[in-house]
Write a protein that binds this ligand. Structure first.
Ligand code: PRP
Ligand code: URA
Length: 213
């Protein structure tokens, strides 16, 4: 258990932390940055999906009938928060190729730092699926909270939130507003600065993934 309580998992895994350290470097270029985000998403997904429910299926091996286990229930939904969350989708779908993909479009207003919604399309029936929301950055927590509000409004229930770097302020807010949501954090950083950027962070994840500025 950490300072945030149940349902918050700070991974701090050497493989993940090593890759995040390269992401943090301002000299890491777009191509490598994008590749690393995909790899980190895959590593984090492996952990975040370790409690997927399984169901028993009999299979004829060349030797005998075996009780084998496969993932139970409806196909998973992966929901990136646009834009930066898109960078994590390929890593997560590599683990679960049959997953459905929803999209939530939010951007942070530059002066208020509050999220503004511009798109929402989720796979149906969303209420029967395990939903993995992904976004590399959890800063104030505003975007994460709003994304999950939207998913719940559409009926979503079983929700996991996977982010690469988080500020303590964002984890606290997201956990307080949605204590039922499992939050997976690659590295927990120190704090937010006056522009609500994560320190030390990695800068603007969307701009670094897409090569915009
Ligand atoms: C970034 C990031 C998160 C959000 C985090 O997106 O990808 O969605 O900010 O900040 P918060 O926790 O304070 O809400 P941004 O709004 O920059 O949009 P982009 O992904 O399109 O660049
Ligand atoms: N969004 C980012 O991309 N980076 C931050 O540090 C905060 C919000």
């Amino acid at each position: 258990m950490n300072q945030f309580g149940e349902n918050v998992f700070i991974l701090d895994h050497p493989l993940i932390t090593h890759k995040i350290s390269i992401l943090r470097d301002k000299n890491t270029g777009t191509n490598e940055f994008r590749q690393l985000v995909e790899e980190i998403a895959m590593l984090m997904g492996f952990v975040a999906l370790s409690d997927l429910p399984m169901t028993k299926v009999p299979v004829e091996t060349p030797i005998e009938t075996a009780d084998t286990y496969v993932i139970a229930g409806r196909k998973l939904a992966i929901v990136p928060i646009l834009r930066a969350g898109l960078g994590m989708v390929s890593g997560l779908t590599a683990l679960v190729p049959s997953a459905k993909i929803g999209h939530i479009g939010l951007y942070r207003d530059e002066t208020t730092h509050k999220p503004v919604e511009y798109f929402c399309k989720l796979p149906n029936p969303i209420e029967e699926r395990i939903i993995v929301v992904c976004d590399p950055m959890l800063a104030t927590g505003g975007s994460g909270v709003d994304a999950i509000n939207l998913i719940k409004k559409h009926g979503g229930k079983k929700i996991k939130f996977v982010c690469i770097i988080a500020a303590p302020e964002g984890v606290k807010k997201l956990h307080e507003e949605h204590p039922d949501v499992q939050i997976y954090v690659g590295n927990l950083d120190r704090e937010l600065n006056k522009n609500a950027y994560i320190c030390p962070g990695l800068g603007d994840a969307g701009d670094r993934i897409f090569g915009t500025k």
